[in-house]
Ligand binder design. Structure first.
Ligand SMILES: [Zn+2]
Length: 380
């Protein structure tokens, strides 16, 4: 393995372009385990959540930061973790990730994780920017809207929210699937769908937008801002229908967006990261990452990272941790990515296929400069 590549990748300061903040409350050991899986169902019989790639990766890579040996058992790890105040734990693990810019999706279970100013105080040397989740914004707006005013109110709220944001995010894959009608819905269709939704909400239910017409309205309004639009794709919790999260289903919509110039960023993508690589090669405005999958595949993640570099042009692949909750995930995203990139790139260099200089340049693009081109690099 090339030491030159290993050293250059280890020294890279990353942009984590899709991440969430850390938990507000310290979890129990079982609760910590539950935060290391996308499943909300029980673990396999006779095992715990930690009998997984990500569980092993926590013990291997995070234990030394708590003063323990690599592979410390999970009870020992837990005891050492309990001795640290949450703010100190966050500062230590986040500070070791080597990230100086975090683009934070604030729209998922916001009451269980730190607000942006508190998160920013735990990464004092880094820049923290918001990614606004379209569906969350629509759900905030609907409580004071009528069927005839919902779209207009949403657009006003979106204008305001996007003023300070680095980008937008859609979870239409979760709420419906990518097999939606790719066209912009008409004002009449939106009014009719809004009336139905408002009628459902009359009983006092918490708003959760699932109507494809309203989801499409929000998505197209997002596209029209010109900010990069991130879309959850592929793997996630059992709430989604994975078959309908294949980004190839978005091809017709991607073609309609192309003339507007808005950039589309496919997040996670696993196990459809090869489909995402194809879309990134075919369309100038499509980017993707394999965040989330890197953490969950742990020691096997080098293969996923190498697969993300098959078809896609190198300027279209991004780094993210997609961490949510335990700061171990923010750190592991970075550690495992560095490890996987080093292995993949060194392998090609050792075989005489790539030069060391090209390998280091590509690592820098994926870890940092592609995100700077996409989200801007100004330090305002
Ligand atoms: Zn996420």
């Amino acid at each position: 393995m090339s030491t030159e590549i290993a050293e250059a990748v280890a020294a890279l300061t990353l942009v984590d372009h899709h991440v969430h903040t850390c938990s507000t409350a310290a979890p129990s050991l079982a609760g910590f385990g539950d935060l290391l899986t996308e499943s909300d169902r029980p673990p396999a019989r006779g095992t715990s959540r930690f009998d997984s790639q990500v569980g092993f990766a926590v013990r291997r890579h995070c234990a030394p930061l708590l003063g323990l040996s690599p592979h410390a058992d999970i009870e020992e790890y837990w005891q050492a973790r309990q001795l640290l105040a949450p703010a100190e734990l966050d500062r230590r693990l986040l500070g070791s990730a080597g990230v100086d810019r975090w683009l934070v999706d604030t729209g998922f279970k916001g009451d269980e994780i730190l607000d942006l100013p508190t998160f920013a105080s735990r990464v004092p040397d880094a820049r923290v920017q918001e990614i606004v989740r379209l569906e969350t914004l629509l759900e905030d707006v609907v409580v004071s809207a009528e069927a005839t005013t919902l779209e207009e109110r949403f657009r006003v709220a979106l204008d305001r929210a996007s003023a300070g944001a680095a980008g937008l995010k859609s979870v239409i894959a979760y709420r419906y699937g990518f097999d939606f009608d790719p066209q912009r819905p008409s004002a009449g269709e939106v009014r009719a769908a809004a009336a139905e939704w408002l009628a459902e909400l009359e009983g006092g239910a918490t708003p959760r937008v699932t109507d494809p017409v309203l989801l499409r309205m929000a998505l197209w309004a997002g596209v029209e801002t010109g900010l990069p639009v991130q879309l959850h794709a592929g793997y996630g919790d059992p709430d989604l229908d994975l078959r309908r999260c294949d980004p190839l289903l978005l091809a017709a919509w991607i073609k309609l967006v192309e003339p507007l110039g808005t950039e589309v960023v496919l997040l996670h993508c696993y196990p459809f990261h090869r489909q995402a690589g194809y879309l990134a090669q075919a369309f100038p405005h499509v980017y993707f990452d394999v965040g989330l999958a890197v953490n969950y595949t742990g020691a096997a993640s080098a293969a996923v990272i190498a697969e993300s570099l098959e078809l896609a042009p190198f300027g279209k692949v991004l780094y993210s941790s997609d961490a949510w909750g335990p700061p171990e995930l923010h750190l592991l995203g970075s550690l495992l990515w560095r490890r996987g990139m080093t292995r993949a790139l060194s392998g090609w260099v050792d075989e005489g296929e790539w030069s060391v200089a090209d390998a280091i340049r590509v690592a820098t693009m994926v870890g940092r400069t592609n995100a700077e081109h996409l989200y801007g690099s100004d330090h305002g």
